[in-house]
Design a protein around this ligand. Structure first.
Ligand SMILES: O=P(O)(O)OC[C@H]1O[C@](O)(CO)[C@@H](O)[C@@H]1O
Length: 526
């Protein structure tokens, strides 16, 4: 036991100004791991240094990677970029001030009361996480999200806002300005405004790259404002750009404190020393925990309800960054680390049974928050509060898992506030960057996402062709004939699924026959 206590102290990282602790002592690596990883870390530190100085760190997309400059504009490689970053933050603050004061208000109401944020992936996950973590109980504007092209999901959000659309500020966020889900959400919301006879342009603003499709639309329709996203900030590292800062500031969250926390963490993670650098310690622990090849999953358990979405946020940050087929030399490596988790102790009554006793294919990250709540707690029994339970459950789970050879990392923050949230975002951004170097992959591109997008687009093309074929034929026809006539016999299964979906949505397509035998079905349009 005392050995473990010693190991705890030997490996403990503490950031005094941030009140943040990182404990990797329950990862069972030998001290020799440090020496063996040293050369890789030397390269990782050098690459990170070059990245921060403006190298093309994302060669596949020929881009710089500059999210660290967002909180230290003076480090951006040109004066023009430095000015653009500073001006971007000032634009947000000036705009938010006008919204909060009512100087800028909707045509038919004295103030905006709600935000409807439309976006997906990096254009949604950060704002969702931060809203959950930091929005005050009574924010100046309440936030709602459309982060999918699910019609029922869109209806649910719009129904909830039905009586308040006239007081809602619509944020359309898309770096590329061409992501279908975000575009569809925008068109659906625009329609809802039309139905209510409201002027959408007087409610909408765009957060996107200058001259994107979305930017042009916002300009041509004279939307309230356009906020620039930078080419050199990836979607999954954009929380501390306008993507995250604007909705946060609108909700009354102190964005300067978020930036300051991130900046402090960036300073700490610039240190070229594994032991003294919390992001390097994390990357080393992940490397150890997953054998440097993703052999184990990363379970993230924040013991704090407000951090519930941190694991989902990290899922994109880690998996989109590290999940790569080839390394930077073109070798097949199939890298990645799977991330999942919700929150403790809730998950203890869901899947922790398997973690303790089942397949040992994971390592954990506990996120601990020292401050239980603002204000005093009642005692449930003499000397014991709800927060003591939560703390005890975290300790107990960590111990029980360790005893059964399940490793864990524990990240401890004093409280959930804008500074600590900025700091943990920065910590994980840096750890992901280091890990990419350790395993020699480009952590900043996402080529794999394109395949699914292209396939979806070709299905929609196929749907149009099928409808043409059906409309030009008076007779019901078997699927095989339909596929033949569409010129894509090999796509028969996709065609079957398209017509089944159209029929289910009363889109004028009818199917007749035995549904358990799709090849018996006759398709027609009514
Ligand atoms: O902000 P955009 O361009 O709409 O992209 C949304 C998301 O889509 C992705 O490009 C993946 O398809 C993510 O990297 C990104 O965060």
């Amino acid at each position: 036991m005392n050995e473990l206590w010693q190991r705890y102290q030997d490996w403990l990282y503490y950031h005094a100004a941030l009140g943040l602790y990182l404990d990797v002592s329950r990862m069972r690596f030998e001290a020799s791991l440090l020496a063996s990883l040293e050369p890789r870390f030397v390269r990782a530190f050098q690459e990170m240094d070059a990245l921060e100085k403006g190298a093309i760190a994302n060669p596949d997309e020929n881009r710089m990677v500059g999210h660290y400059w967002l909180r230290a504009p003076e480090l951006a490689p040109t004066a023009e970029l430095q000015r653009a970053i500073v001006a971007g933050i000032e634009q947000i603050e000036a705009f938010v001030q006008k919204i909060h004061s009512g100087a800028l208000h909707p045509p038919l109401a004295p103030k905006f009361t709600d935000i409807l944020s439309i976006g997906i992936g990096g254009s949604a996950l950060g704002p969702q996480f931060v809203a959950g973590a930091l929005a005050p109980q009574k924010p100046p504007l309440g936030i709602h999200f459309i982060d999918n092209t699910d019609p029922a999901g869109i209806d649910r959000v719009l129904d909830g806002l039905k009586d308040r659309l006239g007081r809602t500020l619509v944020l359309v966020t898309s770096k590329s300005g061409g992501t279908p889900e975000a575009h569809n959400g925008m068109v659906e919301v625009q329609h809802a405004y039309q139905v209510q006879g409201l002027d959408f342009g007087r409610h909408a603003l765009a957060i996107t790259m200058p001259n994107s499709r979305l930017d042009s639309l916002a300009r041509s329709q004279n939307w309230l404002e356009r906020f620039a996203m930078f080419d050199w900030v990836g979607g999954r590292t954009s929380e501390l750009s306008a993507v995250g800062l604007l909705p946060a500031a609108l909700q009354g969250i102190d964005i300067r404190a978020m930036l300051a926390g991130a900046r402090q963490m960036d300073e700490a993670t610039r240190l070229a020393s594994i032991r003294g650098n919390p992001a390097a310690l994390l990357a080393m622990s992940w490397y150890y925990g997953s054998d440097g090849r993703g052999s184990k999953d990363m379970v993230v358990l924040p013991y704090k309800d407000s951090l519930l979405l941190f694991s989902r946020y990290l899922q994109q940050l880690v998996m989109e960054s590290l999940g790569k087929e080839k390394d930077r030399d073109g070798q097949l490596v199939r890298q990645g680390i799977a991330v999942y988790g919700n929150k403790g102790s809730t998950d203890q009554h869901a899947y922790v049974q398997q973690l303790r006793e089942g397949v040992p294919n994971f390592f954990l990250t506990f996120i601990e928050v020292l401050e239980d709540r603002q204000g005093p707690s009642i005692e449930l029994e003499p000397g014991v509060t709800s927060g003591d339970y939560l703390s005890g459950l975290l300790q107990g789970t960590r111990q029980a898992l360790y005893e059964n050879r399940r490793d864990s990392i524990t990240l401890t923050i004093s409280r959930v506030d804008p500074r600590s949230v900025g700091a943990i975002i920065a910590l994980y951004e840096r750890a992901v960057g280091f890990y990419g170097s350790l395993v020699n992959i480009n952590a900043y591109d996402q080529p794999g996402v394109e395949a699914g997008k292209k396939a979806a687009a070709s299905i929609l093309e196929l749907q149009k062709r099928i409808l043409q074929v059906l409309q030009s034929s008076a007779q019901p026809m078997p699927l095989a004939t339909l596929a033949q006539k569409a010129g894509t016999p090999e796509q028969i299964e996709a065609i079957y699924k398209i017509v089944r979906h159209l029929e289910a949505n009363r889109r004028g397509v009818a199917l007749a026959g035995d549904r358990s035998r799709p090849d018996s079905l006759l398709v027609s349009v009514g």
